[in-house]
Design a protein around this ligand. Structure first.
Ligand code: 2BA
Length: 109
């Protein structure tokens, strides 16, 4: 058994949830926040049998769009002539960021 943790854009969350439910995949959604952009995103946690892992990843891939988002934090010195921002003005976010972990034990009581 594996534990899949997938971080996706908030806008893609509902479609991914619907598709996972359709396939009978149990999932827990956690409202999360990206450490870099401080923007809301959604983290899915699903415990699945090994043979389902690729199918779940395919769903997440299919419904996670890439988008560019502005980076809010710019060095305060950027206002001075000739100064450069310390971060790019935009970053490419997503599709999804997916971790697959081995599960030692799974119990429902
Ligand atoms: P954020 O941390 O808000 O990052 C948003 C996007 O900013 C990232 O997109 C990436 O393009 C860029 N970025 C992140 N950290 C950066 C840094 N230190 N320097 C320059 N650019 C940086 P994604 O890579 O698609 O990540 C989307 C979200 O997935 C992240 O939101 C974070 O919540 C999560 N994530 C991504 N990689 C992760 C990891 N290795 N561990 C835990 N969470 C991760």
């Amino acid at each position: 058994m594996k534990l899949i943790m997938a971080i996706v854009n908030n806008d893609d969350g509902p479609m991914i949830t619907a598709q996972l439910n359709k396939k009978g995949v149990y999932t827990t959604k956690i409202a999360s926040t990206g450490g870099f952009l401080s923007a809301g995103n959604m983290t899915f946690i699903s415990g699945v049998e090994d043979e389902m892992v690729d199918e779940v990843i395919e769903v997440i891939k299919a419904y996670s769009r890439k988008r560019t988002q502005p980076v809010p934090h710019i060095d305060s010195s950027a206002g001075h002539v000739g100064a450069t921002p310390i971060a790019p003005a935009e970053v490419l976010v997503g599709g999804g960021t997916i971790f697959v972990l081995n599960v030692d034990s799974f119990t429902r009581v």
